[in-house]
Design a protein around this ligand. Sequence first.
Ligand SMILES: C[S@@+](CC[C@H](N)C(=O)[O-])C[C@H]1O[C@@H](n2cnc3c(N)ncnc32)[C@H](O)[C@@H]1O
Length: 190
Amino acid sequence: MDYYDDLKNVESYIEMAKDCFATELISKLKLYLKKHSTVLELGMGPGNDFKLLMENFHVTGSDKYLHFIDIYKKKNPEADVLIMDAVMMDTDRSFDCIYSNKVLPHLTKQELDMSIQGQWKVLNENGILFHTFWKGNEAEYHGGMLSQYYLEDELKEKFSKGFELLLIESYREFEDDDSILIVVKKIEKS
Ligand SMILES: C[S@@+](CC[C@H](N)C(=O)[O-])C[C@H]1O[C@@H](n2cnc3c(N)ncnc32)[C@H](O)[C@@H]1O
């Protein structure tokens, strides 16, 4: 059983994150993506980013863990949300953008490679990926959930096949330089 298969862990994460809003990050997304574009959010969790994204885009939320989706859907029955593992990217829908905020660190390095390949398939032509990571060298487990850290060069390499780099930059979430944002655009694979 995974950490977020336990409803208590999901409820306590939702409570802990209730005042966390990625306002600056989503303002930045608006520089790369036209209003009303379609966005798939991976790992929507409590749905804080999802709600902000909805102000400008047509958003589909997703998460691997049923409890997050159930809780959000009960409060927002009209929301377009689905259960999806970011590793498998198992959907027959396509999107102009795939967005995630501190979700892909939960994947192993090998799973991230699989996810990136799957994301390429799910993106529309000229579509973009907009993802954040924790910055560093280490890997940690919190309650059985992996947090895999990355440096810029490794992320650039991982997102190089079939994508053009638009932006990679460090930013502060809790401490200076603790996070990385990467934005890439889909191109044909050579
Ligand atoms: C840091 S939270 C993201 C919070 C979200 N951005 C928000 O607005 O509150 C990480 C989320 O990733 C989800 N997650 C972890 N592994 C996943 C996977 N393999 N596929 C999809 N979601 C996953 C977790 O269930 C959790 O909701």
